[in-house]
Design a protein around this ligand. Structure first.
Ligand code: PEP
Length: 259
C-alpha cells in the first residue's frame, strides 16, 4: 500500500574517489535487493554530480542533504533546487537534527525549504525527532507533533504524495543507541494519525515514514517489522557497501518480518 524507502545519508564523508569506488561496488550488489525497495543515496554536495552520472538509468535515487529555500541569489555557501535537479537529484533531506542543532534551522525554515523542493519536483525527506531531555521529560509526543505540524504547514494534499517523513530521535543518531522497535512504532503511529487529522486517512495511509537512528544490519529487522515503519534513514551503516546492502535486503522482506 505504501512504498518502502531506505535512504543513506553520507553526511560529511567520502571524497570523489571514495564516492566512485563505493558506487562501483554498490552497483554490483544491487541484484540482491528486491525492486520494490526504494533506494536513495545522499552524498555530500561535492559528490552529487559524479553520483548522478554513475547512477543515471539505475533504480537508485539520488538525494542531497540540504537545500536553500531560495531559487538563486547572493547566498554564499548555499545550493539551490535548480543545481540539485541539474545533477539528477530527486530527493532532498530537510531539517536533519544536525542542521537544526549546528545551523539553528527551525521548523519554519524547513517548511519553506519543503515548499521550494515540492514546487520544483524534488521529494523532501522531512526529519523530526525529540532530544534525550525531551524524551526524559515525557514530551516526545508534543515535540514531534509540533515539528510535524510546523514542517507540513500549508503543504497541499497533492504534495503529500511526494513527502517522506523521517522520525529520528536525536538521542539515537550516531550514538549506537537506537530506539526499541516498540518506542519507534509508537511515535510512527502518532505521526500517521496526526497526518490523518491534518489531511485524511488515505494520505496518512500512503505516507512513507522512515525511522532513523543507529539503524544497523542487526537491528533493521526488528524496526522494519513494525507496522508503521516504512523504511529507514541510515547514517553510519550506509557508508559501507556490505552493511547498507544487508539493510536493503532486510527491507525487501518487510512483509515477512516478525512484528
Ligand atoms: C542520520 O544521519 O540520519 C542517522 C540516522 O545516522 P546514524 O544511522 O549514524 O545514527
Amino acid at each position: 500500500m505504501r512504498s518502502t524507502i531506505i535512504a543513506g545519508n553520507w553526511k560529511m564523508y567520502k571524497t570523489l574517489e571514495e564516492t566512485r569506488s563505493f558506487l562501483e561496488a554498490f552497483s554490483q550488489r544491487l541484484r540482491s535487493v528486491p525492486r520494490h525497495v526504494g533506494v536513495v543515496v545522499c552524498p555530500p554536495y561535492t559528490s552529487l554530480a559524479l553520483a548522478g552520472e554513475m547512477l543515471r538509468g539505475s533504480s537508485v535515487g539520488l538525494g542531497a542533504q540540504d537545500m536553500s529555500e531560495h531559487d538563486e541569489g547572493a547566498y554564499t555557501g548555499e545550493v539551490s533546487w535548480k543545481m540539485l535537479a541539474s545533477v539528477g537529484c530527486g530527493y532532498v533531506i530537510l531539517g536533519h537534527s544536525e542542521r537544526r542543532q549546528y545551523h539553528g534551522e527551525s521548523d519554519e525554515q524547513v517548511n519553506r525549504k519543503s515548499t521550494t523542493a515540492l514546487d520544483h519536483g524534488l521529494r523532501p525527506i522531512l526529519c523530526v525527532g525529540e532530544t534525550l531531555e525531551e524524551r526524559e521529560a515525557g514530551t516526545t509526543a508534543d515535540v514531534v507533533a509540533g515539528q510535524v505540524r510546523g514542517v507540513l504547514r500549508g503543504l497541499s494534499a497533492e504534495s503529500m504524495a511526494r513527502v517522506v517523513i523521517a522520525y529520528e530521535p536525536v538521542w539515537a543518531i550516531g550514538t549506537g543507541r537506537n530506539a526499541t522497535p516498540e518506542q519507534a512504532q509508537e511515535v510512527h503511529a502518532l505521526i500517521r494519525s496526526l497526518v490523518a487529522e491534518l489531511y485524511d486517512e488515505r494520505i496518512a495511509g500512503q505516507l512513507t515514514i522512515q525511522y532513523g537512528g543507529s539503524v544497523k544490519p542487526d537491528n533493521a529487522a526488528g524496526l522494519l517489522g513494525q507496522e508503521d515503519i516504512d523504511g529507514a534513514l541510515v547514517g553510519g551503516a550506509c557508508l559501507k557497501v556490505d552493511s547498507f546492502v544487508q539493510i536493503l535486503e532486510t527491507a525487501g522482506k518487510k512483509g515477512e518480518l516478525p512484528q
